[in-house]
Write a protein that binds this ligand. Structure first.
Ligand SMILES: [Zn+2]
Length: 84
């Protein structure tokens, strides 16, 4: 077990890069719910939430302020899962 570095994704606020985000492998492999929500910051300091799937791939990014509604984020997760 170790750590994983997530892929670089653009910030939804400023399109700046969100890179070098390191998470514990356990936090994904032991997660009860996928995607796992990972708080991060873009290069300009915006707070964002990364939606990470079981392959440690960032599937979606939202500014932290927009994820206060938990139902909304769950619905969004269901939406991309339907695509598989
Ligand atoms: Zn930003």
């Amino acid at each position: 077990m170790g750590k994983m570095t997530l892929n670089t994704v653009p910030c939804p606020e400023c399109k700046g890069s969100i890179e070098g985000i390191v998470i514990e492998e356990d936090s994904i492999t032991n997660a009860k719910r996928i995607p796992v929500l990972v708080p991060a910051k873009c290069s300009n300091g915006h707070n964002v939430i990364l939606f990470v799937d079981r392959k440690f791939t960032v599937r979606d990014v939202e500014t932290a302020g927009t994820v206060v509604d938990e139902d909304g984020s769950v619905n969004k997760a269901m939406k991309w899962m339907d695509g598989f």
